[in-house]
Design a protein around this ligand. Structure first.
Ligand SMILES: C[S@@+](CC[C@H](N)C(=O)[O-])C[C@H]1O[C@@H](n2cnc3c(N)ncnc32)[C@H](O)[C@@H]1O
Length: 482
């Protein structure tokens, strides 16, 4: 059972992070006529308010809200009220807004259930998915033109498909001054395991050549002096050109440019997607030891390979050949892409830190992970190599989708460059060799070939030597750097 505080999304922001955010907004509003009115819309224990006063802000110009009647802010002269920020209609506009709003997705929020209609009406421009994006949007409505907002929020808005409209709104209506991927363990002390970003934006149409400062995942709260290789200055117009207007942080322009009007994407080269969702795996799927694998009654069923299953693995599940007959009685049983059933193809992981792809043998069925089918065998093995390359991992996780859930919609957005025929054939043969060795001996170690394939894919996409190092480094430290 979550405490009331937890259920309202209360997590305390560490002090060095608060101090950096306060310093940032004060710096950014230096030019506005003083004194400036500053709002913390979700003040909690008042950590931002105290830091503002510490930094020299006159408390009478600080405004603070919290919805929780148990929150009390005993800081003299600050204009604190118990107020739901998202429905508030203050008499004035603010020069700056700062804070750590609640991060609550619709699915986990009673607040959403109670206020559904109003929220959907008032926030339809960005869509209602999570409280923190609503806080940013509402904050922008209450800022003066040229005013600055700095918030620490969950980083899901950067690439998740639900936040496309929100990203487009920010690109069109604000100048993104800075986005910093905060240290991974920032909120671990408070038992909250969330990846966060500090976003600083200025209200108003962006200048066409506006340059943002983007800071990659930091190891510690070293916001004032981040390591140079983690910092990128990039024109805001790049974000508009990314698929889904995705916010890619510290991705070299050479790699970003692959996504700008690519001649082909993977969608032009493959077909397929998800297959069977049984609605009740316990009823329909059987482990190899529960069936007679050699009996043709049982069909191999591939659903979500694990990290050791790259290239090839033996089926972990079987489904009975009369599944169709039994499925009619189960309303939740859904079937997609039936025309690819039993065909040779590629089966990808859908969940997990590492994205990986494996050979899908002829005669199999598949689940709700991504399953891809090509025109011919050479293409199949080439694409299997491409999907398992470091460059693909990097492009998927750093540009297309930062989460652990990579569905076929994201995979199909990968830019595709047709390799020279000899190189394509050479990569394809190497991959076929790995698969056939793994079929003979599952513990076969393909490390050397994997490196060759990685390098060949870098060649196909003409990636410079320094960016190859950057990509490989990211893949080696995926968990820390994501
Ligand atoms: C993540 S906590 C942040 C607390 C504090 N600012 C910090 O950083 O340590 C979010 C705060 O927002 C408050 N809150 C949640 N929904 C709110 C709403 N609709 N309007 C105003 N405050 C809200 C919660 O009660 C909680 O105190």
């Amino acid at each position: 059972m979550l405490s009331y505080q937890r259920s309202m999304g209360q997590y305390e922001t560490p002090l060095s992070t608060v101090e950096y955010m306060v310093k940032t907004i004060l710096q950014e509003i230096k030019q506005t006529p003083q004194p400036a009115h500053i709002l913390d819309p979700s003040t909690g224990d008042g950590v931002f308010v105290r830091a503002l006063i510490e930094a020299g802000v006159d408390p009478t110009y600080i405004h603070a809200y919290d919805i929780d009647p148990n929150v009390s802010l005993d800081v003299p002269d600050v204009q604190f009220i118990h107020q739901d920020f998202l429905t508030s209609k203050p008499q004035q506009v603010f020069d700056a807004i700062i804070g750590n709003p609640p991060y609550k997705s619709i699915r986990h929020s009673d607040y959403f259930k109670k206020n559904k209609q109003d929220l959907e009406k008032n926030f339809k421009e960005i869509g209602v998915h999570n409280l923190y994006t609503l806080f940013i949007y509402k904050g922008l409505q209450l800022l003066k033109e040229g005013g600055v907002l700095c918030m620490i929020v969950q980083d899901s808005f950067l690439t998740n498909v639900h936040y496309t409209k929100f990203r487009q709104y920010l690109i069109d209506h604000t100048e993104i001054i800075e986005i910093i991927l905060a240290p991974r363990k920032l909120f671990h002390v408070g038992k909250a395991d969330v990846r966060t970003a500090i976003i600083t934006i200025r209200k108003g149409s962006p200048k066409p050549d506006h340059v943002m400062k983007l800071v990659d995942r930091l190891a510690a709260e070293e916001y004032n002096s981040p390591p140079a290789e983690r910092v990128q200055y990039l024109q805001q117009s790049y974000f508009r050109m990314m698929p889904g207007s995705n916010f890619a942080i510290n991705v070299p322009e050479e790699i970003l440019s692959l996504f700008i009007k690519p001649e082909f994407t993977l969608a032009d080269k493959v077909q397929g997607g998800t297959g069977i969702s049984t609605g009740n795996d316990k009823q329909f799927l059987f482990r190899p030891w529960e069936v007679n694998e050699d009996d043709e009654e049982w069909i191999p069923f591939y659903k979500n390979g694990g990290i050791r299953d790259r290239w090839y693995y033996e089926p972990k599940y079987y489904i009975h050949k009369n599944w169709e007959k039994y499925s009619r009685a189960v309303p939740k049983f859904t079937v997609r892409n039936q025309k690819f059933f039993f065909r040779e193809g590629i089966t990808c992981s859908s969940m997990g830190i590492d994205f990986q792809a494996s050979y899908l043998p002829k005669g199999s069925l598949f689940g709700v992970n991504t399953n891809l089918f090509t025109e011919n065998e050479e293409e199949l093995y080439y694409l299997l190599g491409l999907l398992n390359s470091n460059l693909t991992s990097y492009m998927l996780r750093k540009v297309l989708n930062r989460t652990n859930m990579i569905t076929s919609g994201y995979v199909k957005k990968l830019p595709f460059i047709e390799p020279d025929p000899p190189l394509k054939s050479c990569i394809s043969k190497q991959v076929k060799h790995i698969v056939s060795e793994k079929q003979k001996n599952l513990s076969y170690d393909p490390t050397i070939q994997q490196q060759n394939i990685d390098n060949s894919i870098f060649d196909v996409y003409r990636i410079s030597p320094s960016n190859r190092v950057h990509v490989n480094n990211f893949c080696e430290q995926l968990i820390e750097l994501l």
